[in-house]
Ligand binder design. Structure first.
Ligand code: GLV
Ligand code: MN
Ligand code: MN
Length: 405
């Protein structure tokens, strides 16, 4: 099936019309529509559809008689709140389209090829990015994962049970991992380096170290119209100082620091908050710079909270060290593309990916598709159809190289 037709079949699922963005959160109705779409695409192609114990989806192009590990490709179908259409889905759609292209050409694989769609890559519901691949590889314990809660207090275990899955079965799956020999994730570029280099495609070099921290500022609720300024213990003030400090520290340490989510409780316009919870996302090319920056932001938060008569508790919710993609696999991709006249510069990225988590267990690589504005995690995220089609051609070439005779 041509890329555009396949792309259009997924596009309406989980779209939130008022913003034009996507709300594809794991184990919701939108997620279940995306899962049905995936299984339907597998069925249409005669691929064997499977859902692993962690809720990750797989569509196998089996290769009877081959004892070789499979080449996995794909990405994820979930989104950040009001995310763009491309982050994740582009990799899954391109994987199916690349298989179609290979079959049209009569390609016969010498080892299995499998399309994957990992659960909750964005952490959009349960707060932990790459949840499905972390569970698969053992980067989070099943006990900790089962207890993750969404914004309404629903646990992952409850959400999986409601979706008809057994949360008792989640956890590392060595048998599945052992059946894979490499994973290649195609993804929209989340920056504009390729646009600047006039290149349609790129190859990933590394993923920056990154993590998420939860900051809970406690204060004292009181009346906005009657409490004298000197009597207040307003947690909003240390929160605000911390956000400003994060920006300054980031600039000084040449890292990125973002507070993209904040919850003030109880949330009355005419009352001082009793508490403010905020989430810090911080990323850096090197772990040392990240540690130093986060330590400074932490100090500011604690000091400012004390100065305003409150306190701040800080908890690291996730951390992923810098990941260097397998150099041998990366070079092989580069050579396979170059042999077909495809230029693909090698780029680092500050965005997290399942390929980064799987890199601890097997050789992984990534292909990037040009994003003209670089905007991502937002409705304006975009890639031109011609670049997506070039991505499919490149992915097919890579699969041919890795799974061919
Ligand atoms: C996922 O896309 C992330 O980088 O947070
Ligand atoms: Mn992604
Ligand atoms: Mn993302």
């Amino acid at each position: 099936m041509p890329f555009t037709a396949l792309w259009d079949s997924l596009l309406p699922l989980g779209r939130y019309a008022p913003t034009g963005g996507y709300r594809r959160f794991s184990w919701t109705e939108a997620d279940s529509a995306c899962r049905a779409w995936f299984n339907d695409q597998a069925l249409k192609r005669g691929l064997r559809a499977a859902c692993d114990r962690n809720g990750n989806l797989w569509a196998w192009w089996d290769c009877p008689g081959s004892a070789c590990g499979a080449i996995a490709t794909g990405s994820h179908l979930d989104s950040v709140p009001d995310g763009g259409a491309f982050d994740g889905p582009l990799g899954v759609v391109s994987a199916f389209a690349a298989i179609d292209l290979l079959r049209e050409r009569g390609f016969v694989p010498a080892r299995p090829i499998v399309v994957a769609a990992f659960t909750e890559e964005e952490g959009g519901r349960f707060g932990l990015a790459c949840l499905g691949s972390r569970l698969l590889t053992g980067a989070i314990t099943p006990e900790a994962a089962r207890e993750l809660r969404d914004g309404s207090g629903v646990s992952l275990a409850q959400a999986m049970t409601a979706a008809g899955l057994d949360p008792g079965g989640i956890g590392p799956d060595q048998e599945l991992l052992g059946s894979l020999s490499a994973f290649v994730e195609l993804h929209i570029e989340q920056g504009s380096a390729l646009a600047g280099a006039h290149a349609q495609l790129g190859i990933a070099e590394a993923i920056w170290a990154h993590g998420r921290w939860r900051l809970d500022f406690a204060g004292r609720a009181d009346h906005a119209g009657t409490t004298r300024l000197e009597d207040r213990r307003d947690p909003m003030l240390p929160f605000a100082a911390t956000v400003l400090s994060a920006r300054q520290v980031a600039a000084r340490h040449r890292v990125l620091a973002t507070v993209g989510k904040v919850v003030a409780s109880p949330g009355a316009v005419n009352a001082i908050s009793s508490s403010v919870s905020a989430w810090l996302d911080a990323r850096a090319p090197q772990e040392q710079a990240l540690d130093a920056a986060v330590a400074k932001i932490r100090l500011t938060a604690e000091r400012e909270a004390g100065q305003h008569g409150g306190r701040c508790e800080i908890q690291r919710e996730s951390f992923t060290p810098r990941v260097e993609f397998d150099p041998g696999l990366r070079d092989r991709l580069g050579r396979a593309l170059a042999a077909r006249g495809i230029t693909a510069p090698v780029l680092p990225t500050g965005a997290g990916h399942d390929a980064g988590i799987l890199a601890a267990s097997l050789p992984t690589a990534m292909l990037f598709v040009r994003n003209p504005t670089g905007v991502s995690h937002a409705p304006a995220e975009h890639a031109e159809a011609a670049d997506c089609e070039a991505g499919v051609v490149a992915l097919a070439a890579v699969l041919e190289e890795l799974a061919g005779r």
